[in-house]
Design a binder for this molecule. Structure first.
Ligand SMILES: Cc1cc2nc3c(=O)[nH]c(=O)nc-3n(C[C@H](O)[C@H](O)[C@H](O)COP(=O)(O)OP(=O)(O)OC[C@H]3O[C@@H](n4cnc5c(N)ncnc54)[C@H](O)[C@@H]3O)c2cc1C
Length: 144
């Protein structure tokens, strides 16, 4: 191990594990809310327009389905799609995803403002990269 590889001591860094833990605890405390669901703004009144999907033709609707399934997944965001993919891997194929928007994608379907991008490194954030062999072009992938 040469000098460049040596890990600095806490004294050399001017902070150690205790300081890092204290900082993490302080930042966590800033995020804690005591108001539970009351902290959220109801999507109603002046905000009711945000309930509508702006990416489909006005009046967009789907015909109702009546069917018996093994698994019903509500929401076609990353969570729902990943659950469906893992179910398929496990041999469960009688699955339907119900999505109220015009298409799949969840957060990434709804949010299309200029410059929208993920804020965790895309190599870590994007699901199924290993399985699909896709390598994101950007460290913080853009919405499209
Ligand atoms: C700009 C932006 C950047 C982000 N970057 C990151 C990041 O870098 N890292 C990170 O970890 N997270 C990030 N997030 C958070 C992001 O929301 C989550 O990472 C992830 O997309 C959540 O997936 P999800 O499937 O749980 O929820 P969603 O993507 O919100 O999907 C839920 C879906 O359920 C549908 N739905 C809701 N209710 C119903 C219903 N009653 N019936 C039918 N369908 C319904 C919704 O229409 C939606 O499509 C970011 C969010 C935004 C907006």
């Amino acid at each position: 191990m040469n000098a460049r590889q040596r890990i600095p001591t806490p004294a050399e860094l001017g902070c150690g594990p205790a300081e890092v833990r204290r900082k993490y605890a302080a930042e966590r405390d800033k995020r804690l809310r005591t108001r539970g669901n009351d902290q959220y703004v109801e999507v109603a009144g002046d905000f009711a327009c945000y309930e509508a999907d702006p990416h489909v033709a006005p009046g967009f609707t789907r015909a109702p389905l009546t069917e018996t399934l093994d698994v019903l997944i509500l929401g076609g965001g990353f969570g729902g799609m990943l659950a469906a993919a893992r179910l398929a891997e496990a041999g469960v194929h009688d699955v339907r995803i119900i999505e109220k928007a015009g298409d799949f994608g969840g957060t990434w379907y709804w949010n299309r403002y200029p410059g929208a991008q993920c804020d965790i490194e895309s190599y870590v954030y994007l699901p199924l990269l290993d399985e699909t062999g896709y390598v994101p072009r950007e460290k913080y992938a853009f919405q499209p």
